[in-house]
Design a protein. Structure first.
Length: 523
């Protein structure tokens, strides 16, 4: 594809990779394919050298005169390949231009190395044919692993075979080779041409299928990138909609992992959750089911850290910071409770801390209504408890069918306890023991400013009536006079350091989900 700039200059864009859906997706896919190609090439070249070493050791009379030079060059080539594979491709993200350059470099150097080896080993007459065979296999391997347009595959094949054809011409004109010059040169050109045609055909087929699949799923689709989170209920991916270019997060909930009844309930609650507008509630853009029955919902992408990871990585949090986070969560819960919605799974992992519009420590509440089922034997019957054991209110355990907003306040108190103390309110060997402690045990003392500790413990009261409301808790938290060094400037510094730190990114392959528009729920 050729792009003509406003100044009349011509810039050649990507030949191999169609960026119509997502540049980052195409770049990541190309890099993963180059990593796979590098590993295959490394194994093939090492295997070839080992085979030749054993062969010449068994039949020393057949060893070419310049064999040491050939092996030295091959050794250098393998070291360079290993460095590019493990030291560059596997360690950092490269641009598409850099990746395409490496692709061309592989083609040129592979053809040059085999052509050079064939020229230096003509005293062993079978060696040039073996080199041509391996060069041809590399061209076909590239076409298989790196599906690209036929045009680019042709270019890469030419880059690989031109050095070899030049070596054949040189051998035919300067050395005493059993095959007459026309036969050697013509045969080499014919073989290279046939291999190039096969490679082009394979590339066009693979590339065409990939493009056809993408085109067939353009209407109403989300394209998923890398996985950014996973839990017992489902997985979260960074994604984009084909029409909406804003960053998006997609949560997929598979019925076989959650249960059809749970999915139906959650779908109903997400419909209501999409109407929430509080700035500390994650914004839901879309929801529904794909053609395979997998429930999904699309929400704003939060480039931050959840409170669970925050404490695990950075330890106890300053009281002033904790208060600010809790006040924001109270605001989100107050709106939800006012609309008759109960979260039922407030926990550190469901509160994301991020930056928004230059504002530090913006808390976002996610996953309304999606909770684990805990089954407890009760005589001859089974009791289904909804929630995460470490943050369950007593009434959610003793009377799970009748819970209200107070269960969220209890869980929020447990979150505050975790942030301030660096540990959960109760610890136990299993979920049942945790439930028993929530119902019968008093929370251990909390090492925090007395007024703040008292507020947190009031949220952890056994009786729902003894706990404050979300609005009352926020008012009480704002009224605290805390003395610590967590300031707005320190928050900015913390976030600058955090954004520079390396992030964990899943290596899961890119996926595409297609929305079932006909059975889409009414808004």
């Amino acid at each position: 594809m050729e792009v003509v700039g406003a100044d009349g200059s011509r810039k050649w864009a990507r030949i191999a990779w169609n960026a119509s859906a997502n540049d980052e997706e195409s770049r990541a896919h190309l890099q993963s394919r180059l990593i796979a190609l590098s590993s295959v090439m490394f194994a093939a070249f090492v295997g070839y050298i080992v085979f030749l070493s054993l062969f010449y050791w068994q039949y020393p009379a057949l060893r070419p005169k310049h064999n040491n030079i050939i092996f030295a060059g091959a050794g250098i080539g393998i070291v360079v390949l290993a460095f590019i594979w493990r030291g560059v491709l596997a360690r950092r993200a490269l641009s598409i231009r850099q990746l395409n350059t490496l692709d061309a470099f592989y083609s040129v150097t592979t053809g040059s190395m085999f052509g050079w080896g064939a020229y230096l080993s003509t005293d062993f007459h079978a060696a040039p044919y073996m080199s041509l065979l391996y060069a041809s296999l590399m061209v076909l391997t590239r076409a298989t692993i790196l599906p690209s347009t036929g045009t680019r595959t042709l270019v890469m094949a030419v880059l690989s075979f031109v050095p070899f054809i030049a070596a054949a011409v040189t051998i035919a004109l300067t050395q005493d080779f059993p095959l007459p010059p026309p036969g050697l040169i013509g045969g080499t050109i014919v073989i290279c041409t046939i291999v190039a045609m096969l490679a082009i055909t394979g590339s066009q087929t693979a590339y065409g299928l990939r493009k056809h699949i993408r085109t067939a799923t353009q209407l109403g689709q989300y394209t998923l990138g890398h996985k950014i989170g996973e839990g017992g209920m489902g997985s979260v991916y960074r994604a984009h909609h084909v029409l909406l270019r804003r960053p998006t997060a997609i949560k997929l909930l598979k019925p076989e992992h959650v249960g059809a009844e749970m999915i139906d309930r959650f779908e109903h609650e997400v419909q209501h959750m999409s109407e929430l507008t509080h700035p500390n509630t994650v914004a839901v853009f879309d929801y529904g089911r794909n053609l395979d029955g997998v429930f999904y919902y699309a929400m704003e992408y939060l480039d931050g850290i959840d409170l669970e990871k925050l404490v695990k990585k950075f330890g106890k949090q300053p009281p002033r910071r904790v208060v600010d986070i809790l006040v924001q969560v109270c605001g989100a819960l107050d709106e939800a409770h006012g609309r008759g919605l109960v979260h039922r799974d407030i926990k550190p992992a469901n509160i994301i801390l991020c930056e928004r519009g230059g504002v530090s420590d913006v808390a976002k509440v996610v996953d309304f209504g999606l909770v684990k089922q805990i089954t407890a034997e009760n005589g001859n019957s089974k009791q289904i408890i909804l929630g995460t054991p470490a943050y369950l209110a007593p009434e959610a355990i003793t009377d799970p069918q009748h819970v209200g907003p107070a269960v969220d306040i209890y869980a929020l108190g447990a979150v505050g306890y975790y942030l301030l103390g660096g540990r959960r309110v109760f610890e136990a060997a299993n979920a049942l023991e945790l439930c028993v402690q929530h119902v019968t045990s008093l929370p251990p003392p909390l090492d925090a400013p007395p007024a703040l500790a008292q507020l947190i413990l009031s949220c952890l009261a056994k009786s729902p009536e003894a706990r404050p409301t979300a609005k009352g808790l926020a008012r009480a938290l704002r009224g605290l006079a805390l003395q610590d060094d967590w300031t707005e400037e320190r928050a900015h510094q913390w976030w600058r350091a955090f954004q520079r730190s390396p992030r964990e990114i899943s290596g899961d392959p890119t996926q595409t989900i297609t929305i079932d528009l006909e059975n889409r729920p009414a808004a």
